[in-house]
Design a protein around this ligand. Structure first.
Ligand SMILES: [Zn+2]
Length: 1152
């Protein structure tokens, strides 16, 4: 975070660095990847031929990834032997099944083609303002503290302090600063900012347990529970975990390699398919028994007919099982606790649980079940897959060894595991994570599985200090060596031939001459003898210095500029915000990003203030006092001064300081409440254009821009649209004006960061368009109050200003023949189908890329990705950052399912769904998500798991958390808002999630819940997390919950007085103030420990989280409960248990 931190200037890696002059190379935007016969791939030897791995990490083995050692069993032939209808029932008609494909039916129009926010722009309609804004056309000398009298005339600038030096340079449009007389609205009371409602009735339209009757949860206390549940949940009996079967079918694969070991139940179990299993999961109700309710409008929730007696009888799946509904007897007694799910299955029946019913007021609809009901039973939450357990297991299994990237197709440790990465030829998972590290060889397989093939790429990710930044390679004038045809950059997978004189491209197979300066001999293995001296031959990630050919207009870029643009309307001034910003900037400007060892930042700065007019400031170093110039003609924005607007901080230090001192005073008495917005961005854009540089605008804005100006907005918030077909309009910009502006900004490399301080609706969906499409960041502080919010805002601002960012960036993802990047998610702009353009790309932003087959892949060759990011560094250096990743390819679906990463899958699915709401009804988006995941799991069940009772839910080991995480996405505020979630909150969250990396989406959707009272005050470690359910909370304990945006500290009513004294400094529960925004600093071990935990969590996140104290049974607790995501939510979201039952039903329907 510190600007002093090294940036890309690593050692030359054994290569002399000739210096940065003169270049000639093909332009960056190479031609699109042509189709190339894949037959030439035969020579590919894998990522690191002959590479000697000093100490292979435990637990995985290079040999596994290579299917040539695979089993003789062919899945394809097996599949073909299935009854025709068994496949047919597995998925819908080909075109409609997959949400991602353009023809997908579930999200009808969302994915027809890539487009950014462009759908259905709503026209602005008639301006609401009735009278033209009075615009005093003149200027007058500005004196601090003087009345701001509107003066008529144009053509001069105002000045405060000494008289203007050169009045003439001003142009017509410059006019006097005006102070409006509009009525001043009193700031509303402080609120919570972003957060869910405090009291929310269930919302229908989802498979709510109470309302719809579609999907009725069972309640232990309410009469006879559905026998289907108990019968369908032979939980104590051993189902047939599919993983064992699939493992056997690939006998040569080394067990234990696949990170989430599907063989995790260990060798103690008989390896024979169909053999008795340990007690494990089974599923929810049997088909036909659960849903006695009327058919519903949700196609996915229609009750299923009883399953055919035997649907999964393929002999290839192992010995046929007789009596499908009577699983073999358990080999172990039922064991409560986690062990149950070690093999990916789950389920155990517990006795009646009186408390359980409380959350499910709805009456179960199970009346159709004939016969005497069995004793009430329920799915034991301890026996269903636990995120906490999966996270803990991964930490203990994989946290101790470094992750060495030399092997193709390795699944990395989870994002929640701390591990070090050693780059040995593939990009670190900090840069790229994939939904699967084993890609189906054919498009048919991919469609059958419905597993999206996607990579989440964070090109400028921050690395821990123990890891090396990408080395900077400088090839001098000739620039990087690239494939002649597809323009892929030199990388470890290129194959040198003919004694080293040529190389064959690993992406397109084209053979290219090695440039003379790059020639090197090969050793006896065919490897260049300088292999280890060149990052681009031996590492997965590195940088090239770009030549002038990679620069706009064939001209090396100037260093970027930062422009600070401060709203000085009434609310901003009165809240103390303007003063706060100015005070902070005085010191923050000394911490602008700088290149590695440079003494000072090359970034220039400029300042603008605005309400419904704009004020530019001349802060040229030669001035004694800053000068203000007012532009009141906002209809045609221009920059009234060039010289002196963008300056070096050190040179203009005193003038800048003076300006920042004076701004709060100048506007202290303002009564202007109206603001403009688009002209502010235009002004910044014009300034960067005039200075011929890229840069970033930091805009601090408070209100809906209703002043007469381009981009003027109206209040169109309408919560009545929720759950209607028009709900999507809430997420769409209300005018296309900002899309066009964004396009101009991207062309100039003008990135817009937006800090919003709304006291009411300000239309984030529209204001955020430019930020979103330029790669910028949005921060939102609703009902900003100095006392409680300034820490959070200042921390965000400091980090935002200081963080590493690349400007004028273009990213291209190349792939080896057979797959190609087809869709992109994130904050960027695309003018064609391949280049992701970002005016700015910072270290926190990710781009999620989806791949589709366009040909067959081969197990021998695998699949390769190369992400190339061209950008301008903060010192103005043009660079290319390259990340390479090699993946395995499989002909058996089991391999796909064993090498998936659910966290990444969820990242993709959430972004996909969050884009879908722009064009489709939210309910359709939710249904599509459920449908796709059901198909993913059904395909596994059908093709990879052993035949067993339909009453058993069998999940792939790597995906056993898919249901719980998916449910969290479905319940999120974007897809299922409670009544108090504002339209702006939803738009804001939608944009945030779109740029999140995998770790961020993981904790955002499934927050981390820590029992603080269990913390060891003598150790640095965190207390073990617990599951997000109210039943896990004890009245005698204190808990911390964080999701990347908020931190809650929940205090039970029975917490010992001593603990309260230590943490809050109060003598009783009743004295705890829930308005605290920080924990009191008290000198005792518990207080120190808790504060250190909070600090540690704050450090881990890209945004400073808002701290909220929640007392049990206090009204704020409703807010907190929203984040207990395993429970039924107040907005109608299902509990984990209920959702799992629902998913099981969906899967059974697909299988029947
Ligand atoms: Zn090529």
């Amino acid at each position: 975070m510190s600007v002093n931190q090294q940036a890309h200037t690593g050692p030359p890696y054994g290569q002399p660095q000739p210096g940065y002059q003169g270049y000639q190379q093909p332009a960056y935007r190479g031609q699109p990847l042509p189709g190339v016969p894949q037959s030439q791939y035969g020579a590919y030897n894998g990522p690191m031929p002959g590479y000697q791995q000093p100490a292979p990490p435990q637990g995985y083995f290079p040999s596994l990834g290579f299917p040539s050692k695979g089993s003789p069993v062919s899945l394809n032939s097996d599949t073909s032997s299935l009854p025709p209808n068994s496949i047919g029932s597995l998925r819908p008609p080909p075109a409609s099944g997959a949400p991602p494909p353009a023809s997908g039916a579930s999200v009808p129009s969302g994915h027809v083609a890539y487009s950014q926010l462009g759908h259905g722009d709503v026209q602005n309609g008639i301006p609401t303002s009735t009278a033209p804004v009075q615009r005093p056309p003149a200027s007058q000398p500005f004196l601090p503290g003087s009345a701001h009298t509107p003066v008529s005339q144009t053509s001069t600038f105002q000045q405060y302090g000494p008289p203007p030096a050169s009045v003439q340079q001003l142009i017509n449009h410059v006019a006097g600063m005006t102070v409006g007389s509009t009525t001043v609205s009193a700031p509303p009371p402080a609120g919570l900012g972003y957060g869910p409602p405090t009291s929310v009735p269930p919302v229908s339209g989802s498979f709510s347990a109470t309302g719809s009757g579609l999907y009725t949860p069972y309640t232990a206390s309410q009469g006879p529970p559905p026998s289907s549940v108990s019968e369908g949940l032979p939980l104590a009996q051993p189902p047939f975990p599919g993983q064992l079967i699939s493992t056997q079918r690939l006998p040569t694969q080394v067990p234990g390699f696949a990170p989430p070991p599907s063989t995790g139940i260990g060798p103690s179990y008989p390896p024979t398919a169909g053999a008795p299993r340990p007690p494990t999961m089974t599923g929810p109700p049997l088909p036909g028994q659960t849903l006695a309710g009327p058919p519903t409008s949700q196609p996915n929730h229609v009750s299923s007919p009883p399953p055919p007696p035997s649907t999964m009888s393929g002999p290839h799946h192992g010995p046929p099982i007789s009596g499908l509904h009577g699983p073999p007897p358990p080999t172990h007694p039922p064991q409560p606790g986690y062990q149950m799910q070690q093999n990916g299955s789950f389920g155990q029946v517990r006795g009646p649980q009186p408390n359980y019913g409380g959350a499910y007021p709805g009456v179960p609809n199970y009346g159709s079940q004939p016969g005497p009901p069995p004793p009430p039973k329920r799915l034991d939450p301890d026996s269903i897959p636990s995120p906490i357990q999966v996270i803990e297991d991964d930490r203990s299994n994989r946290g101790s060894e470094p992750f060495v990237t030399g092997v193709r197709g390795q699944v990395p440790p989870l994002v929640t595991t701390n591990f070090l990465v050693k780059d040995q030829g593939n990009a670190s998972p900090r840069y790229i994570r994939c939904t699967s590290y084993n890609i189906p060889c054919t498009s048919d397989m991919a469609k059958q599985s419905q597993v999206p093939l996607a990579a989440v790429i964070k090109p400028l990710a921050t690395l821990p200090p123990e890891e090396n930044l990408p080395y900077l390679v400088d090839h001098g004038e000739s620039g990087p060596v690239r494939c002649n045809r597809c323009k892929a950059y030199m990388c470890p997978f290129m194959q040198f031939i003919e004694g080293g004189r040529r190389f064959q491209c690993c992406f397109c197979s084209c053979v290219t001459e090695v440039p003379p300066h790059y020639f090197q001999h090969l050793d006896h293995t065919g490897k260049r003898v300088d292999f280890y001296d060149r990052p681009e031959l031996s590492l997965g990630s590195y940088e090239f210095l770009a030549t002038v050919d990679y620069c706009k207009n064939n001209k090396f870029p100037s260093p970027p500029a930062f422009i600070f643009m401060i709203d000085v309307s009434y609310n901003a001034v009165k809240s103390g915000l303007v003063r706060l910003i100015c005070e902070e900037l005085k010191s923050l400007l000394d911490y602008l990003p700088r290149e590695g060892n440079m003494e000072e930042s090359a970034i220039r700065v400029g300042f603008v203030t605005y309400n419904k007019v704009l004020h530019f400031y001349n802060v040229k170093s030669s001035l004694a006092q800053p000068q203000m110039m007012v532009v009141s003609d906002v209809a045609d924005m221009f920059v009234p001064l060039l010289d002196g607007f963008l300056v070096n901080v050190n040179e203009s230090r005193t003038v800048i300081a003076s300006l920042l001192d004076q701004i709060p005073e100048m506007f202290a008495d303002t009564r202007e409440t109206e603001t403009v917005f688009a002209p502010v961005i235009q002004a910044g854009l014009e300034a960067l254009k005039a200075a011929e540089c890229a840069g970033k605008l930091f805009i601090f804005h408070t209100s809906l821009p209703i002043a007469e100006a381009p981009g003027k907005l109206k209040n169109r918030d309408d919560r009545k649209l929720i759950n209607t077909d028009k709900e999507k309009t809430l997420f769409q910009p209300q005018t296309s004006f900002y899309n066009n502006l964004a396009k101009d900004c991207v062309a100039q490399g003008c990135c817009v960061d937006l800090f919003l301080f709304p006291n009411q609706y300000l239309d984030v969906a529209t204001l955020g368009v430019v930020t979103y499409q330029t790669g910028g960041s949005i921060y939102k502080y609703a009902y900003f109050q100095l006392e409680t919010d300034q820490d959070r805002f200042l921390n965000d601002l400091r980090r935002d200003v200081q963080k590493e960012v690349g400007f004028d960036a273009v990213m291209r993802v190349r792939t080896s023949t057979g797959i190609r990047a087809t869709d992109f998610f994130g904050a960027f702009y695309m003018s064609n189908t391949t280049d992701v353009e970002m005016a700015g790309l910072d270290c926190d932003k990710t781009i999620t890329v989806e791949f589709k087959h366009d040909d067959k892949l081969s197990e021998d060759s695998g699949a390769l990705l190369q992400c190339a990011l061209l950008y301008t560094s903060c010192a103005g250096q043009r660079r290319l950052r390259i990340h390479n990743l090699s993946l395995n390819c499989c002909t058996q679906l089991a391999d796909l399912y064993r090498n998936c990463e659910t966290d990444t899958l969820i990242n993709y699915l959430a972004k996909y769904a969050y884009r879908g709401v722009l064009s489709s009804p939210v309910k359709a988006v939710r249904d599509a998500l459920i449908s796709q995941c059901a198909q993913i799991l059904a395909c596994y069940r059908k093709n990879c798991a052993s035949p067993s009772s339909a009453g058993q839910l069998i999940l792939p080991e790597c995906m056993k958390l898919l249901p719980v995480y998916l449910n969290c996405v479905l319940k999120s505020d974007v897809l299922q808002p409670g009544p108090d979630v504002t339209t702006d909150d939803r738009a804001y969250i939608r944009q945030l999630v779109t740029s999140m990396d995998v770790a961020e989406t993981n904790v955002f959707f499934y927050p981390r819940l820590l029992p603080l009272t269990k913390a060891d005050v003598d150790s640095d470690s965190l207390p073990a997390a617990i599951r997000n359910s109210e039943e896990r909370l004890s009245k005698g304990d204190i808990y911390l919950l964080e999701n990347g945006l908020n931190i809650f500290v929940w205090v039970g009513v029975n917490v010992q007085q001593g603990l309260l004294q230590n943490l809050f400094g109060v003598s009783s529960f009743g004295h705890i103030s829930n308005t605290l925004s920080t924990l009191p600093v008290l000198e005792n071990p518990f207080s120190k420990k808790v504060r250190s935990i909070v600090d540690m969590l704050q450090m881990q996140r890209s945004r400073y989280m808002k701290l909220i104290i929640v007392k049990q049974e206090d009204k704020l607790e409703m807010l907190f409960r929203h984040f207990l995501v395993e429970d039924k939510s107040l907005s109608g979201g299902a509990s984990y248990v209920d959702f799992l039952c629902h998913m099981h039903k969906e899967i059974r329907q697909l299988l029947s």
